[in-house]
Ligand binder design. Structure first.
Ligand SMILES: Nc1ncnc2c1ncn2[C@@H]1O[C@H](COP(=O)(O)OP(=O)(O)OP(=O)(O)O)[C@@H](O)[C@H]1O
Length: 242
């Protein structure tokens, strides 16, 4: 995206939520967008699937200018992009398998995955007939991931996917996302304020501050990877510096 900006009207008048951001995300990379609350992270990410439209600047996905798409071509573009949310956005009156299948009932997809494959991939095979209220937070997010994966998206947008979860569950979800990128070769864009999630999962990260891009960082990964550690090991690491 090049020089993208977007203003909103708040109680003190108009302000720039995204301010002249230029960045490029590579195919199949896991790219983080970090910054404090209100920095413009979600708005920037939502330009990619046209849930938000910039006031100025251009967004290109696969060489196609998103702002020029309308009608069927816009829908085709949006169908290539899956999304998962902080609060999961599941339908409470539908079972796990009906929630996961939902996108396939709304649109026709060329090469969807099978329900059994995504249930197995996300470790939910024994929960297929459960309702969201019967699931833990981590299980609900795995349903959200399965619902996105079933359409076999080229790009997966993740808006604060672990912010409603405790630390252990966060690493469980980070592992599922990592595995999903590896298995299905998607580009993953993840908005979060949790630096540990970026550190464990992302190849690169953009830092936003009051709508401006202030840095793009190549993430250095620890050799042993934090996600394999137990909760107790991580507590010791943080509190005692082990
Ligand atoms: N539709 C909208 N109308 C008015 N203001 C909006 C709208 N969407 C976002 N904003 C405001 O724009 C700013 C950036 O919002 P955005 O959600 O992109 O930030 P963020 O970095 O993702 O923050 P958070 O981590 O709190 O979600 C915030 O001040 C937000 O209140």
């Amino acid at each position: 995206m090049t020089e993208v900006s977007k203003s909103f009207t708040g109680k003190d008048g108009s302000f720039k939520a995204v301010d002249g951001v230029t960045l490029s995300i590579k195919e199949k990379e896991i790219f983080g967008i970090i910054g404090e609350s209100g920095a413009g992270k979600s708005t920037l990410m939502r330009f990619i699937n046209a849930l938000e439209t910039p006031d100025s600047g251009d967004v290109y996905v696969d060489g196609v200018e998103v702002g020029k798409l309308t009608g069927k071509r816009l829908r085709t573009h949006q169908k290539d992009i899956g999304m998962i949310f902080q609060h999961f956005n599941l339908l409470g009156n539908r079972t796990v398998e009906d929630n996961i299948r939902l996108p396939l009932t709304l649109h026709k997809y060329k090469t969807p995955l099978s329900l059994d494959e995504v249930l197995d991939f996300t470790g939910l095979s024994d929960k297929r007939s459960s309702y969201p209220a019967e699931l833990s937070g981590g299980q609900k997010q795995r349903v959200g991931i399965a619902r996105a994966l079933i359409t076999r998206p080229k790009i997966l947008l993740c808006d604060e996917p672990t912010s409603a979860l405790d630390e252990n569950t966060t690493y469980e979800i980070v592992d599922v996302l990592h595995k999903a990128q590896h298995e299905y070769g998607m580009t993953v864009v993840i908005v979060t304020h949790e630096l540990n999630v970026i550190k464990t999962l992302c190849h690169r990260a953009a830092v936003l501050d009051q709508g401006r891009l202030i840095d793009t960082i190549d993430v250095v990964h620890e050799k042993d990877g934090r996600s394999g550690k137990s909760y107790h090991e991580r507590v010791l690491e943080v509190l005692k510096g082990d």
